[in-house]
Write a protein that binds this ligand. Structure first.
Ligand SMILES: *[C@@H]1O[C@H](CO)[C@@H](O)[C@H](O)[C@H]1NC(C)=O
Ligand SMILES: *[C@@H]1O[C@H](CO)[C@@H](O)[C@H](O)[C@H]1NC(C)=O
Ligand SMILES: *[C@@H]1O[C@H](CO)[C@@H](O)[C@H](O)[C@H]1NC(C)=O
Ligand SMILES: *[C@@H]1O[C@H](CO)[C@@H](O)[C@H](O)[C@H]1NC(C)=O
Length: 303
C-alpha cells in the first residue's frame, strides 16, 4: 500500500516537473513604444503616442511588424489584437491587414496590393514559402476565393488563395444573430485567433463587444504540416496598399501559447487614434442629452 502511494507521489511530482519545464510564451503590447522586442520594416512605424502604423495612405506600400524572438509554437496558441483601418474620403480603401505565422521575418520579396505584403505574385506563394496568414481583406479578388462585397476575413496557407473565408461579421450573443461589420469604418476592430490541436478559430468584433461565443471561422489547420521540421516561428503583422489605400494601424496586441493566460484587453487604456474621431461622438452625445431633456419636458407637459 505504502509503495503504491510512493509510486503515485513520484509519478505525480515528475508530471509537475515536466509541466513546469514546458515553456509557455506570452507577451502583450499595450502600446508599441518599447521596441526592444519589435521588428519593423518598410512603411511600418510607431507614433509618439504608441500606436503602430503598418501603412499610410501612399500607394503600393508594405509594412511588417514582428515579435522579433522566434517562438516554439507547439499544439496551441492564442492571440487577441485591436486594429483600425482608415480610408480617405472618396478614395477606395485597401488592401488589408494580416496576422502572420512564419519561419522567417524576411518578406523582402513579398508584394503589396492583394498580396498583402505576405505573398509573392510570381509564385503565388510566400517568399519564405511557408506562411499562415489570417487576413482582414477589404478588396474583392475572386481569383483568391474572396467573397463578393469586399469586406472579408480569410485563412491563407502558403498562398493568398484563402482556404476559409467569411464576410466580415460577428455572432452577437445578445441579438443571437450575425452582425456585419465594415472593416473600413475607422473604428477599432478586435480580432481573436485561437489554435488548439487541429483547429484554427477566428473571430472579429467591435471594441464594445465581448468575444463572440461562436467563431466567424473555424477551420482544420495543422501547424506541424504547414511548417514541417520547423520548431521556431515568428508571429506578427503585414499590411499593404495599392491604388486602394488606407491608414492601417495596430493599437494593442496580446499573445500566448496558452489560451488561459492570454492577457485581457482593458479598453480604458487603449492608445489614442492619431486622427480626430471625438467630434462626431461628442455631437451625438449632445443630441442624446438634448433629446432626453426634450422628452422629459414633453412628458411633463402631457402629464
Ligand atoms: C507615407 O510615409 C512615407 C514615408 O514613410 C512618406 O514619404 C509619405 O509622404 C507618407 N504618405 C502620406 C500620405 O502621408
Ligand atoms: C473553436 O470553435 C469551435 C466551435 O465553436 C469550438 O468547439 C472549439 O472549442 C474552438 N477552439 C478553440 C481553440 O477556440
Ligand atoms: C453566421 O455566420 C457564420 C460564419 O459566416 C455562418 O456559418 C452562419 O451560418 C451564420 N449564421 C446565420 C444565422 O446567418
Ligand atoms: C523532415 O525531417 C525528416 C527527418 O529528419 C526527413 O525525413 C523529412 O524529409 C523532412 N521533411 C521535410 C519536409 O523537410
Amino acid at each position: 500500500m505504502a509503495r503504491w502511494l510512493l509510486q503515485i507521489l513520484i509519478i505525480s511530482s515528475l508530471h509537475l516537473i515536466s509541466l513546469s519545464s514546458q515553456k509557455e510564451t506570452r507577451f502583450v503590447f499595450e502600446d508599441f513604444l518599447d521596441q526592444e522586442d519589435l521588428y519593423l520594416d518598410a512603411s511600418a512605424k510607431v507614433h509618439p503616442n504608441g500606436i503602430l502604423q503598418l501603412t499610410n495612405t501612399s500607394k503600393y506600400q508594405i509594412g511588417h511588424a514582428f515579435y522579433d524572438k522566434p517562438l516554439e509554437l507547439g499544439s496551441s496558441f492564442s492571440t487577441h489584437f485591436v486594429c483600425v483601418l482608415v480610408k480617405k474620403q472618396n478614395i477606395e480603401g485597401g488592401h488589408g491587414i494580416a496576422f502572420i505565422v512564419s519561419p522567417s521575418m524576411d518578406f523582402s520579396h513579398a508584394q503589396p496590393t492583394r498580396y498583402l505584403g505576405a505573398f509573392d505574385a510570381s509564385t503565388l506563394e510566400s517568399p519564405s514559402s511557408h506562411v499562415l496568414a489570417v487576413e482582414l481583406d477589404t478588396i474583392w479578388n475572386p481569383e483568391f476565393n474572396d467573397i463578393k462585397g469586399k469586406n472579408h476575413v480569410g485563412i491563407d496557407v502558403n498562398s493568398p488563395k484563402s482556404v476559409a473565408v467569411a464576410p466580415a461579421s460577428y455572432y452577437s450573443d445578445i441579438e443571437r444573430k450575425n452582425e456585419s461589420m465594415n472593416l473600413l469604418s475607422g473604428e477599432p476592430i478586435q480580432v481573436w485567433i485561437d489554435y488548439e490541436g487541429t483547429v484554427l478559430n477566428v473571430s472579429i468584433a467591435p471594441l464594445k463587444v465581448k468575444k463572440p461565443s461562436r467563431p466567424l471561422l473555424s477551420h482544420p489547420i495543422s501547424l506541424s504540416e504547414i511548417f514541417p521540421n520547423i520548431s521556431k516561428l515568428y508571429v506578427g503583422f503585414s499590411a499593404s496598399t495599392g491604388n486602394a489605400v488606407s491608414d492601417q494601424y495596430i493599437m494593442w496586441w496580446s499573445f500566448s501559447t496558452d489560451r488561459g493566460s492570454l492577457q485581457r484587453l482593458d479598453t480604458s487604456r487603449l492608445v489614442e487614434l492619431p486622427y480626430p474621431t471625438g467630434t462626431d461622438k461628442k455631437l451625438l452625445a449632445l443630441f442624446i442629452i438634448l433629446f432626453g431633456c426634450l422628452a422629459i419636458v414633453v412628458s411633463a407637459i402631457l402629464a
